[in-house]
Write a protein that binds this ligand. Sequence first.
Ligand code: SF4
Length: 670
Amino acid sequence: MGRNDMTSTPLRARLHHAWRPFRESGRIARGLIYSGAGVIAGFLLLAFAGPLLYPYGGTQYRVETEPGEFATFPELAPPSAEHWLGTTKDQFDVFARIIDGATIAFTVMTLAVSIAMVVGVTLGLFSGYRGGRLDRIAVTAMDAVYAFPPLVLAIIVAFVLGAYVSPGVVSATFAVGVVYIPQYFRVVRNQTLSVKEEPFVEAARSFGARNRTVLGRYVFFNVVQTVPVILTLNAADAILVLAALGFLGYGVQPPTPEWGYDISQAVDDVAAGIWWTALWPGIAIVLLVTALTLVGEGLNDVVNPLLRARGKAGRKLNAMPRLRRARRQDDAERLAARVRDLRVGYRTADGPLWAVDGVSFDLRPGECVALVGESGCGKSSMGRAMLRLMPPGGVVHGQVEIGGTDVVTAPESEVRRLRGERAALMFQEPMTRLNPLQRVSDHFVEMIRTHRPKTSRDEARSMAREALVQVGIPPTRIDNYPHEFSGGMRQRVMLALSIVLTPRLIVADEPTTALDVIVESQILSILERLRAEEEVGILLITHNLGVVAEACDRVAVMYAGKIVETGPVDEIFNNPKHPYTRGLVASTISLKTTELRSIGGYPPSLVDPPQGCRFAPRCPYVMDHCTRRPPELAEVGPEQRAACFLYPGAGQPVPYDVAVPSGDPQVSGI
Ligand code: SF4
């Protein structure tokens, strides 16, 4: 077993790691937690050791002096050596009732908060994750419960349970518990809605994680961060509600000791100048509530690692990757991907639209095809559709064949197996694609064992180390958390996750966006090696034509949901045919650039795209028939095709009076 395996890590180091959030929290937060926890510990000692040490019980009003001889306690005796905090008018010992009242308070508080937490968290998690009708029903029900003032709701529940079951500790517990269910539900549901859209959850799905894995490991553990805070704050509230119920006579029934009830019985005593019967239960309530609140507030600063992770400085980059020599066993003759008439649609507030509208292309093993175009032209939608990772409400039509599976029509279980194993999606925004609560090793082990359940944990870690080495990350970093890596290293970790199961296809969506040129070059080198040595087909989605020139064989130019030109990189850069491609190439900045250029106008709305050529409103060569029907992709050169009526085969003969463009297209200067 390797030196860096968790199983061989010294216990002290592991404890050190586990307590890091606590250490990193501020001094004030730690002070709050320490002081609150000290008071709570004192009350716990009182509740559970007190009955063993103090000679009287909370419902005891006499003591046996001789066998068979009893002496009753004095009525309303002030504090003394015999009755430390005095006695009540019912001749009970006040300190004994404080002790037993603490036991009741902790019991009711623990059970009530546990009931609220289990029901609220479970319901909130499923409701937020599943959405739809279940969510609407649950939200309506919880909103209705939440609308009641807590004490009124607790009284109603205690009254009903008292009438139909029995009044006492059980009904008080449920009454207090029901009050807090909506709080857990609302917080957990809202966070689930947010976390399930997080990039690292989408990334987990892209690697083929099952729904229960995503819900359990990715959503639950990120959502559950706030539960301890709510729990401690609710516990403080629960003590107050219990006391209020007792004060009003709806809670724990006499003679069982309960602080709120005891205060209600002492109201007349205060008016008569007898202070000790009300003061001590009051102090007990205030102290315990304050202590629980302090712990809750302190935890609030400690338990959120997402916040702590922000602002971490980046780390130095590592050496360039060492090449792995093992070759894939797949049949190189088969296509890495075959896309036919792919359509990707969404419903929007303005109406339905097709972000990708009838796209077809092939991707061969070992080939890198660049998908370029302006923002919003459908590139990322197409990348996600290739692994059927659509946002809610997105629809996919057509055919995407990867390794013999039609991703569009295959059952979800089959597509899930394919993700990560046969095809991987590498996202932009590497800073947010890894679960901040999991070590890098956990990401690898989980993904590998999802696809290959028989792989042992040690084997999975070994595969992970090998993949990390391939992307130039020292294997000693395997147990680091994502926030301990720089942006470039995280992107390389994502790349290592993409290649650890040696997929035939990688869809890389802006993999170098927001990275500096050195890291960009490293990522591109790794992709280049993967396709050259392991015959991985790569679809590189980018708006950066410089990256395309460096890394790709072929280019597909997208405009307004359609491919308008495809061809070898050299032809596209040196001899672009479609006016839009010409505009794109002319807009590229190089060392020879003396004037910044852009294509005039904006892409059309895809809710209501132009009937004919979608580029017509911006095209300097537009002709009458361009606006009547769309041009088709036609051969315009060796392996080069363009959808433009300026070239034969697009559906209309070339107009005799229009010259095929040469030189720079008309572009507007900035
Ligand atoms: Fe321009 Fe017409 Fe070609 Fe469209 S089809 S790019 S409008 S010339």
